[in-house]
Ligand binder design. Structure first.
Ligand SMILES: NC(=O)C1=CN([C@@H]2O[C@H](COP(=O)(O)OP(=O)(O)OC[C@H]3O[C@@H](n4cnc5c(N)ncnc54)[C@H](OP(=O)(O)O)[C@@H]3O)[C@@H](O)[C@H]2O)C=CC1
Ligand SMILES: O=C1O[C@H](COP(=O)(O)O)[C@@H](O)[C@H](O)[C@H]1O
Length: 498
């Protein structure tokens, strides 16, 4: 590890990776392809090995075949190098295990080849309810030592109390310094770039406050619906699935004060201050500052798609939200009076995640009064697709007949075209690499999770008091009309590309 748990540039040292839930959706679709890419980039130590664990009765060869097939599905053909694939598959072992029973965990200890120096990284790609059981059985079987780390997925629990219970169970076995809570948005290239943008550029450093910024807008729109996850999603809803973690992490990175350095805890201390300063919800804010929606049948790319209540496995009475728009604020000196408008939903017209920083207008305006609406800079931070950053500036419209007409145009940094040879890695590649290096700055600390739940719980409690059904929106639209009214009541609108 680098001196104080801070980012460094190099590859990883050898580890033993035990992947619980290795045949599940996340492991097959994201984690194994990410590990393959790390191998291809030369970032996996030659001695790193992986043990897949699941309850299915497979042997090592069968597991390797399953992984090969899913890499063929989930890695672009041009990036699937047969030599690397063979090397990668040779790293894999498999253990069939019922995770809730202690018998069988001895095989994990035996797999570790006593005497080897590699730390054990335990990746729990299973539901959070069983994190505690797995940690306990690993400890009791003697599979862990002082170097072992655990990686856990979101969502951790359902509310503050359930998350505390799960975190306690993990904490009984692993100290906080060896717990890596994933929020995969923190592994996205542009999200990390927020730290560079804000703290490496004096231009933004001096403007980043309520004197210069009028409001902040965050949109995380998904094209997909429930994708066969109705059981999980209907208990969670969009607030718990997306806002409690991904959107609040984005709010933190936008709103936090500069950390003293890039140490994991220096960054996380600043993020916690933001979470503590979020405006809590009260009943009178519900109609005005919060909109819940649920998608109805509609069309997507010209195809008819079912509504949420007609999805496979659906309960036709569900009031679970698939869309949420929220106006909130960060009550401190830097952000007093600056609204943060958040919206996220499933079955929207396109997949789009972006943050817009709206700067204030000049105090005195001297151009054409008809163009006054143009007169504010915007910083557009595009997380996906086509990662990039654009600063909208005003220039003079060219031409002899234009006088001093203004024109709005972007100073554009499109990562794909600015750095064409650089492949933008998937978030899980970055995060897995950081776990291997033992660096926690891209992982969420327990108090962050808990403050985020506290804020969400206040909203859920206000919803429960009202007991209103969500507003309906057609699949393929930008959400309920009320979400547009929510922002227009302040004389603003959701940002549209022009
Ligand atoms: N999928 C995704 O895109 C995302 C997932 N996550 C999180 O990642 C984690 C994993 O999700 P996902 O991959 O979708 O889930 P899946 O249900 O697809 O995978 C979980 C795997 O764990 C196995 N498993 C569960 N319980 C046991 C047990 N008691 N003993 C042995 N094996 C068991 C399951 O086996 P079996 O099939 O036999 O039940 C299954 O293969 C969850 O915490 C989820 O919230 C987070 C973000 C995105
Ligand atoms: O964590 C989750 O994220 C995905 C969206 O992730 P993205 O990287 O594709 O933006 C979401 O679909 C899923 O419901 C949620 O659990």
């Amino acid at each position: 590890m680098t001196p104080r748990n801070r980012p460094a540039e190099t590859g990883s040292s050898a580890i033993d990776l035990a992947l619980f839930g290795a045949l599940g959706d996340l492991a097959q679709r994201k984690l194994l392809p990410a590990l393959y890419h790390l191998d291809r980039e030369g970032l996996l130590d030659e001695n790193t090995r992986l043990l897949g664990l699941a309850r299915h009765d497979l042997d090592r060869e069968g597991f390797r075949q399953r992984v090969e097939a899913s890499l063929e599905d989930h890695v672009k053909a041009a990036e699937l190098d047969r030599e690397v694939l063979t090397r990668f598959l040779q790293r894999l072992d498999f253990l069939s295990l019922e995770f809730l029973e202690s018998e069988g965990y001895g095989a994990v200890r035996e797999w570790r080849e006593p005497g080897r120096e590699r730390p054990l990284v335990v990746y729990l790609s299973v539901g959070a309810k069983i994190y505690g059981d797995i940690c306990r059985h690993l400890k009791a079987s003697g599979s862990l030592d002082e170097q072992s780390r655990v990686v856990v997925e979101k969502p951790i629990g359902f509310d503050l109390d359930s998350s505390a219970e799960i975190n306690d169970a993990i904490g009984d076995v692993f100290p906080e310094s060896r717990v890596y809570r994933i929020d995969h948005y923190l592994g996205k290239e542009t999200v990390q770039n927020l730290i560079a943008l804000r703290f490496a550029n004096p231009l933004f450093g001096t403007q980043w406050n309520q004197n210069h910024i009028s409001h902040v807008e965050i949109t995380v729109a998904e094209k997909v619906g429930i994708e066969g996850r109705w059981g999980y999603f209907d208990e969670a809803g969009q607030l718990r699935d997306m806002v409690q973690n991904h959107l609040l992490q984005l709010v933190c990175l936008i709103a936090m004060d500069p950390p003293a350095n890039l140490d994991a805890d220096a960054i996380r201390d600043e993020k916690v201050k933001v979470l503590k300063a979020l405006t809590p919800f009260s009943d009178d804010m519900l109609g005005r500052d919060v909109v819940r929606g649920q998608y109805m049948a509609g069309t997507h790319d010209g195809q008819a798609v079912p509504g949420y209540l007609e999805e496979e496995g659906a309960n036709a009475d569900s009031h679970t939200e698939t869309f949420v728009a929220i106006k909130t604020g960060v009550a401190n000196w830097r952000w007093a009076g600056v609204p943060f408008y958040l919206r996220t939903g499933k079955r929207m017209p396109e997949k789009l995640s972006q943050i817009i920083i709206h700067f204030r207008q000049q105090p005195h305006y001297i151009f054409d009064p008809d163009q006054r609406g143009l007169a504010a800079n915007k910083l557009v931070i595009r997380l996906q697709p086509e990662e990039g950053i654009a600063l909208e500036v005003l220039t003079k419209d060219s031409g002899l007949d234009k006088g001093m007409r203004l024109r709005r145009g972007p100073l554009h940094l499109d990562f794909g075209s600015a750095f064409p040879k650089t492949r933008i890695p998937d978030a899980y590649e970055r995060l897995l690499l950081e776990v291997m290096k033992g660096q926690q700055y891209l992982f969420v600390r327990r108090d962050e999770v808990e403050h985020a739940w506290q804020w969400c719980d206040s909203l859920v409690a206000a919803w429960a008091d009202r007991d209103e059904p969500p507003r309906r929106y057609p699949a393929g639209s930008w959400g309920p009309v009320a979400s547009i009214a929510m922002i227009t009541q302040d004389g603003r609108s959701w940002y549209e590309d022009y």
